[in-house]
Design a protein around this ligand. Sequence first.
Ligand code: NDP
Length: 293
Amino acid sequence: MTADIIDGKAFAAQVRERVGRQVAVLKAESKLTPGLAVVLVGEDPASKVYVRNKGKSTAEAGMKSEEIRLEASATQEEVLEVVTRLNEDPSIHGILVQLPLPKQVDEMAVLDAIDPAKDVDGFHVINTGRQAVGLPAMVPCTPLGCIMMLKDKLGELSGLNAVVVGRSNIVGKPMASLLLAESCTVTIAHSRTKDLPSVCRNADILVAAVGRPEMIRGDWVKPGATVIDVGINRIEKDDGKTKLVGDVCFSEAVEIAGAITPVPGGVGPMTIACLLANTVTAACRQAGIEEPN
Ligand code: NDP
């Protein structure tokens, strides 16, 4: 039997629909239009596409969307000035600085300058800390999307063995922290982990966030496990064209897993949907009103 395919695209569409309804209620009942500003520094082609998609999705959900572009040569002071202006702008409830930043700009300093209440990416240390100790926080969009898909698929996660491969600040660590908050027994694996295949075989929930095409093979997957593939890797096919693949060898894992996210069409679409959801949450918290259902 092959695994159930977790349709991130369809799930993301549901989340975006809900966000659209929430925005309509906020506008009608509280005269509140959630606003998201995205800051892009430089000309990285992938970042440009992400930023354009984020702006389009924000506007489609009925929110205010602002895009600020700075030259690749922008100084740290110039980036910080933009962040300060957005922190002070009452019509902006969420600020996202597209990463990576050019090398002359200190990423941590910029993330640190964002008002934690407007930090819809959830990368500020205040939000990381608040989430870790169980206080209300802005939660990073990609891990949030993964948790939503897991809960939707499995219901209760408590007591399950979860293995997260990858320990980055933006995916692996927050993912592990969210799984712990759901009372999973969590293992974080990384490049120094010994016998990674055996570690993975213990996972009821296996999350791959490595950035290595198809590294996780089918025989690393516990039969019936739920596999969440965060990886987005562009590889060249035999015909010279390129295609996107995940960190999991899908064709092998789909034969063993109970459920699996595809690449593309799994985690990716959920990330933008969660960004919109976070912006609504941030706007409601800043306005001191309850978030509509
Ligand atoms: P990073 O490069 O920051 O982190 C990769 C992690 O994988 C590191 O912790 C590294 O370990 C670990 N790793 C690398 N090689 C191995 C190995 N051979 N065995 C075990 N662990 C290994 O990547 P990100 O977390 O930023 O992203 C991971 C993937 O997710 C990428 O493909 C990225 O494109 C994708 N992504 C997708 C998103 C989406 O919306 N779907 C959003 C963000 C990212 P160590 O720490 O020891 O070096």
